[in-house]
Design a protein around this ligand. Structure first.
Ligand SMILES: Nc1ncnc2c1ncn2[C@@H]1O[C@H](COP(=O)(O)OP(=O)(O)OP(=O)(O)O)[C@@H](O)[C@H]1O
Length: 220
């Protein structure tokens, strides 16, 4: 599903990723944790082709994001839920979902939207409401729902817990597990807090010094 080899990425002041390698198999749920500034966002943005690496190779669904426009990567089945959700505040919930329906014919779009609303009934209730008026948890649901509209095979999520109350975060993580089983998605999640993802993901890795290390279980 995803293979990253020897990835180096800079932001002008030395490497953020320093020869990082990662393999995620079809159907896996992998979490990458790391402190503030460790490079988690840079990793996801590089996989999505939004950040150009200095060196190294990314292969996702058999394709190289370096040679594809982001919308083509989305059409190929890569969904990216960005840090801070980035919903379109002045658009309705339904219109936000339409933005995510890249390359779908009208019938397909309606069918996928019905599935999305079944998974997130709260969004269905607020279909005509402007996204900017939703709560933080609802906006996170919408960001995930928008990515699902592209029927991703690989869904990447950047700190979905950011700014959410613990109970809402727990609900979001429960949704991710359902998405894996009901939508057959492979999941790659990045989060700061290791304790959040333990027992949720199949595998947890820690990003430090620009490289990934097996995570050591934290005693609660
Ligand atoms: N556009 C940019 N220009 C300059 N430096 C950047 C840019 N984006 C990120 N950085 C720097 O690169 C490093 C890694 O940032 P990144 O956002 O990937 O980390 P992160 O692990 O996602 O952090 P956070 O948990 O705060 O989101 C940080 O030192 C950050 O300040």
């Amino acid at each position: 599903m995803l293979e990253v080899e020897g990835l180096y990425a800079h932001h002008g002041h030395g490497p953020v990723l320093a020869g990082l390698s990662l393999r995620v198999d079809d159907g896996e749920f992998v979490a990458v944790t790391g402190n503030n500034g460790a490079g988690k966002t840079t990793l996801l943005r590089t996989i999505s082709g939004l950040h150009k690496p200095e060196r190294g190779r990314v292969t996702v669904l058999g394709r190289s994001p370096a040679h594809l426009a982001p919308e083509h990567l989305a059409r190929a089945g890569v969904g990216h839920v960005p840090e801070g959700r980035r919903v379109f505040g002045s658009l309705s919930v339904t219109d936000n979902l339409a933005v995510g329906a890249v390359g779908l014919a009208r019938d397909e779009r309606l069918e996928v939207r019905a599935r999305v609303y079944e998974m997130f009934p709260r969004l269905a209730e607020r279909a005509t409401q402007r996204a900017g008026t939703l709560s933080g948890g609802e906006q996170q649901m919408l960001a995930i729902a928008r990515a699902l509209m592209g029927r991703p095979r690989l869904l990447m999520l950047d700190e979905p817990s950011l700014g959410l109350a613990p109970a809402v975060t727990a609900q979001t993580l429960a949704h991710l597990r359902r998405i894996r089983t009901e939508w057959g998605c492979t999941l790659l999640l990045v989060e700061q807090d290791q304790r959040l993802v333990q027992g949720v993901a199949d595998r947890t890795l820690r990003l430090t010094g620009g490289l990934l290390h097996p995570d050591v279980e934290v005693v609660r």
